[in-house]
Design a binder for this molecule. Structure first.
Ligand SMILES: [Zn+2]
Length: 302
């Protein structure tokens, strides 16, 4: 869908909602000082918002309509941001349901999806749309992506990705190929970088224990000063609370420029199936190992 068509569809969605539930979209403020409701959501989430508007209509008694209005409905990095004025108790469970639904609903098409990263940006995507997002990062640009899409490939039994998708959903293999193509350059570390990064080993060991098997660095471009991704390879599954503790420890020890991602070693075999395919493929294809122990320097080098 081109951007004008998308915009038209967004306006139609909003106009229909305002017409049906005008009290939820009232503008606050005096004339000349209006404060319209900020709505910026992708089309895959229109349906769950329509449910939310209807649920609020059903739940709030008419007497409470006067105090209620939406203030913001936006998508931010794969989560839905909802702000409103008025009664909390009855509306907040409805909003929570909408958030939970959004977390598993593809932002572009509304089919089941998961929140996935592509080069630092997050969105909830079904497999087909995740593939599309990856192709946006194709090193050959739009032309390169189109060519890849329509060219028969030996790895696909002589078929093109386009024909594979037409015959039912993009197989894992396509997602994996697209991930590989979208990978950034493998970082090059100089002695000073390496020495500093080795300092992260004891910090993470303390937070993650023996489960931490190796550390790798990716997405590191010193000239652009954007920080880098530190990947901790874990023997088993990576759990969220251990990850949060490790992130805190890194920040307290002067490594707040590093984005930590924990990846389970078993996932490396099939990155397209992992919870975090982007980081998995970074670990496999586009990262360097940070050695565990600082090498003992010979006396003349000190
Ligand atoms: Zn989709």
């Amino acid at each position: 869908m081109d951007s004008t068509a998308a915009e038209r569809r967004h306006r139609a969605f909003l106009a229909a909602a305002q017409l049906r539930y005008p009290w939820q979209f009232r503008q606050r403020g005096r004339a000349g000082d209006s404060d319209p409701v900020a709505v910026d959501v992708p089309p895959g989430w229109y349906g769950l918002l329509e449910h939310l508007f209807e649920a609020v209509e059903q739940t709030l008694p008419a007497a409470e309509h006067g105090g209620f209005r939406w203030r913001r409905l936006r998508s931010r990095q794969g989560t839905i941001e909802v702000a409103y004025d008025g009664v909390r108790e009855s509306v907040s469970p409805l909003v929570a349901t909408a958030r939970e639904t959004a977390a598993v609903t593809c932002e572009r098409c509304g089919r089941p999806g998961a929140r996935r990263e592509v080069a630092g940006s997050y969105a909830v995507s079904c497999r087909r749309d995740y593939l599309d997002r990856l192709l946006d990062r194709h090193p050959g640009g739009e032309g390169g992506a189109r060519q890849w899409w329509t060219s028969p490939q030996p790895g696909l039994g002589g078929r093109s990705p386009a024909t594979m998708v037409q015959s039912g959903g993009p197989p894992e293999m396509l997602v994996e190929q697209a991930l590989r193509l979208a990978m950034p350059a493998t970082p090059r570390l100089n002695g000073a970088h390496r020495q500093r990064l080795q300092g992260a080993w004891p910090v993470l060991r303390e937070a993650l224990g023996e489960g931490l098997r190796s550390l790798r660095l990716a997405e590191f471009e010193p000239a652009r000063r954007r920080g880098a991704t530190l990947i901790g390879l874990m023997a088993g599954e990576a759990d969220a609370s251990a990850q949060a503790a490790a992130v805190n420890r890194l920040a307290r020890n002067g490594f707040s420029d590093l984005r930590l991602r924990l990846v389970g070693q078993p996932d490396l075999v099939r990155p397209a199936r992992a919870i975090d395919p982007w980081s998995c493929m970074l670990a496999v294809e586009a990262s360097v190992t940070i050695p565990r122990h600082q090498p003992t320097l010979p006396p003349f080098a000190r």
